[in-house]
Design a protein around this ligand. Structure first.
Ligand code: PMP
Length: 390
């Protein structure tokens, strides 16, 4: 009985509490719980790992390699997945691992800032930009870099431009807006996966950031990776992670590797005849189907309400799906035209919907960002409430 109790104590938490019809619905963060339904199916078994007590004890993974804390198995699966999807060129790039892509973003700022006593590097991104960029850039008041706001308003030669494409918050496809001087771009491709947007070409930028959080839904694993062209920049980014956290959890890396392997294997396994609709082992198909259905429900609710607008659908030819498909962004960038609603975040909060107001993205208060990746239950209550607003 004592042993039973001890075992129960290390069971994982259940995450967020379940919602009911009258609950407050929190769609502020992009918490990707939508993916749970996929991993609860057969694919979940194929992604399971067991780590005996004596494994993953050393700090080191591959002594002598540039990123000495990167598990070779993870690097292999990252390269394999990019080859399958065709969303980024990985050949000729260094792979780095981070505790979420959030850590790699900070590593990139560190690596790109000039050494020595010069003025801090300016960090910019075109508005509306991901709200974490200013927050994460400035929270330690670094002498190396500082947030300098909307890239479209920036006038200077020394900068890092953060390019998020598809864009969080509005889903738009972005390219660097600044091309002059000594500027460098960091491409945050967290959402450049086929469930969210047509894959139109293999990205081949100098620094590209990815995360399992938005690719597979495993935000809690805290695992991101970077593809970096330049060896010196990759070395400095690796140094940042060494100084910041002495590497990245091997347990998380092994789990992420198994998860990515399960996805790629799921596509290698040819579907049986007549099995075309079976998405139980094809993650991108499963997630895309969900996104299509959620966006249809959201657009219907917006039409029923009459006081909101959404960005237009963006179609394109997807080389992964081999057909023309529309984009289904992970966030709804929802605008309200109703007279007197200048603080849409507050207006929705009074109606028990938590969203993130435009101000945090460098936009106005009549627009909010709403996560499209929450559970079916929360999403259904959200669209019902939205449809009834007028
Ligand atoms: N970039 C973008 C654009 C994001 O939306 C997020 C997560 N909200 C991240 C990076 C951070 O991802 P991670 O969980 O890997 O730190």
């Amino acid at each position: 009985a004592v042993r039973k109790k001890a075992e129960a104590e290390v069971a994982p938490s259940s995450g967020k509490p379940p919602v009911t019809k009258d609950s407050i619905i929190n769609l502020d963060h992009g918490d990707p719980t939508m993916y749970e339904a996929f991993w609860r199916g057969g694919a979940g078994e194929r992604a399971t790992i067991v780590i005996p007590g004596w494994q993953t004890m050393s700090y080191f993974s591959d002594v002598g390699s540039l990123c000495w804390f990167l598990e070779p198995g993870l690097e292999r699966e990252v390269r394999r997945l990019h080859r399958l999807v065709g969303n980024a060129v990985a050949d000729g790039y260094h792979v780095l691992v981070g505790t979420g892509s959030t850590q790699l973003f900070q590593a990139a700022l560190y690596a790109l800032s000039p050494p020595g006593p010069s003025a801090p590097m300016n960090v910019v991104s075109p508005a509306p930009y991901y709200s974490s960029y200013p927050a994460v850039t400035d929270f330690l008041k670094s002498g190396l870099y500082r947030w300098a706001g909307d890239a479209k308003m920036f006038d200077g030669d020394t900068y890092v431009e953060l390019v998020c494409s598809p864009s969080n918050p509005d889903g738009g496809i972005r390219e660097a807006v600044l091309k002059s001087g000594d500027g460098v771009a960091v491409h945050d491709l967290a959402y450049y996966w086929p469930q969210y947007t047509p894959i139109t070409s293999a990205a081949a930028h100098d620094i590209m950031l990815f995360t399992v959080s938005k690719c597979t839904g495993h935000a809690g694993t805290r695992l991101g990776w970077a593809l970096v062209k330049d060896r010196a920049v990759a070395q400095k980014m690796s140094k940042f992670i060494e100084l910041n956290t002495i590497g990245v959890s091997k347990d998380s890396q092994l789990r992420a590797a198994k998860i990515l392997k399960a996805i790629t294997d799921g596509y290698d396994r040819a579907p049986a005849a007549g099995d075309d609709d079976d998405d139980s082992s094809r993650l991108f198909h499963f997630a895309r189907r969900k996104m299509v259905s959620r966006w249809a429900k959201l657009r219907a609710a917006v039409a029923a309400s009459g006081i909101f607008t959404l960005p237009d659908e963006l179609p394109g030819h997807c080389t992964f799906a081999n057909e023309t498909v529309s984009a289904y962004p992970p966030f709804a960038w929802l605008r309200c035209g109703k007279e007197g609603v200048d603080d849409l975040e507050g207006y929705l909060r009074e109606r028990k919907i938590i969203s993130r107001g435009g101000g945090k993205f460098g936009a106005d208060g009549r627009v909010v960002r709403i996560s499209m990746l929450d559970t079916d239950e929360a999403f259904a209550i959200f669209v019902d409430r939205l449809a009834a607003m007028n």
